[in-house]
Design a protein around this ligand. Structure first.
Ligand code: GLU
Length: 328
């Protein structure tokens, strides 16, 4: 009895030591298998483009592949919710955007997750200007002035595509309508990729998007850019005015794409991921590919990224309140 008791105590003690050492050991050997990176929008959108450029290099930095998984729907909430409810072991990460953290919770009262509390903010990868385009064969306008005049003549005749209800491109579209006193029909998609397909083919007349995904179509002349949301003109689109230049200075927001995990990621794993992501972002080839597409590399601290998320959520709530935007 006595011996058995001693043995049991010894076994329990060893067990406890193993348990206590487990997180540290886990962090040390992390990552020991591939990491899934959830993109909450369809392929072809800026979230997907950034995830693939950075993910490939990040995987090499970590010594394990990063597997991109597109889980689109609900304007980004479906994929973001999947990340929020995943185990916080570092093997399921996500790309968080201004939509999943800021505009969705600002416009949706039935959010499945808390966009600040339910995530570990690792680092913001890039900031990205937004752009409004039209299909030039369907909408024969030269510039924003002509576009507004045309739309005013025929309320409800024209449509614009967004990357999902409640996302940044939807909010920007509704803000544009509120500021110009126009009515354009909103058509939501599961991301900018499928939205672009329909705008380019002429199913939809106009689109609100981020520069990287629209840029190839603007350059090839399939889409005409009317204005960009940025403090200054975008290098890749030197002839396109900013919204401020066309008299709509309220439309001036950047989109951004950051690396998150579920809340509760250990500090060791969070730091390992942040350091590796910053290295990946500073790789000259990665930087060039991102810059050529119109992205501006960030790679700040986790604290700065959390603050960006908090600021953005407050700002989007304020825009919705001030402009009395009701999303259908
Ligand atoms: N347009 C992005 C995409 O389709 C998502 C919207 C955002 O920027 O948050 O990937």
């Amino acid at each position: 009895m006595h011996r058995r008791h001693i043995l049991a105590t010894a076994v329990a003690a060893v067990g406890a030591t193993l348990l206590a050492g487990a997180p540290a050991a886990q962090a040390q050997s992390y990552p020991s298998k591939p990491i899934r990176l959830i993109v909450p929008f369809a392929p072809g959108g800026t979230t997907d483009i950034v995830a693939r450029i950075v993910g490939d290099r990040l995987g090499r930095e970590l010594g394990q592949p990063i597997l991109i998984e597109n889980r689109a729907g609900g304007g980004g909430t479906v994929g973001a919710d999947f990340v929020a409810k995943s185990p916080a072991d570092g093997y399921i990460l996500g790309v968080a955007t201004v939509s999943t953290i800021g505009t969705n919770p600002a416009t949706n009262s039935k959010m499945p997750y808390d966009s600040i509390k339910d995530f570990s903010f690792i680092t913001n990868m890039v900031n990205v200007p937004n752009v409004m385009t039209v299909n030039p064969t369907k909408v024969p306008v030269k510039d924003m002035k002509e576009f507004i005049a045309l739309v005013k003549k025929s309320p409800g005749k024209f449509s614009y595509a967004s990357s999902g209800s409640g996302g940044i491109s939807h909010l920007d579209g509704e803000l544009f309508k509120a500021l110009t006193g126009t009515f354009i029909v909103h058509i939501p998609y599961r991301g900018s990729g499928p939205a672009l397909t329909d705008t380019v083919s002429g199913q939809v007349d106009a689109q609100m998007d981020n520069v990287p995904s629209s840029l190839p179509f603007i350059k090839s002349g399939k889409l005409r850019a009317l204005a960009v949301m940025s403090n200054k003109r975008v290098e890749a689109l030197p002839d396109v005015p900013t919204f401020a230049e066309v008299g709509l200075s309220e439309l001036n927001n950047m989109a951004w794409y950051g690396l998150v995990g579920p809340a509760g990621l250990s500090k060791e794993i969070n730091d390992k991921l942040r350091v590796a992501a910053v290295k990946a972002l500073n790789d000259p080839d990665v930087r060039k590919r991102l810059a050529d597409g119109g992205s501006i590399v960030d790679g700040g601290t986790s604290e700065q990224f959390l603050q960006l998320g908090q600021r953005e959520l407050a700002l989007r709530r304020e825009v919705v309140r001030k402009q009395k935007i009701v999303l259908e």
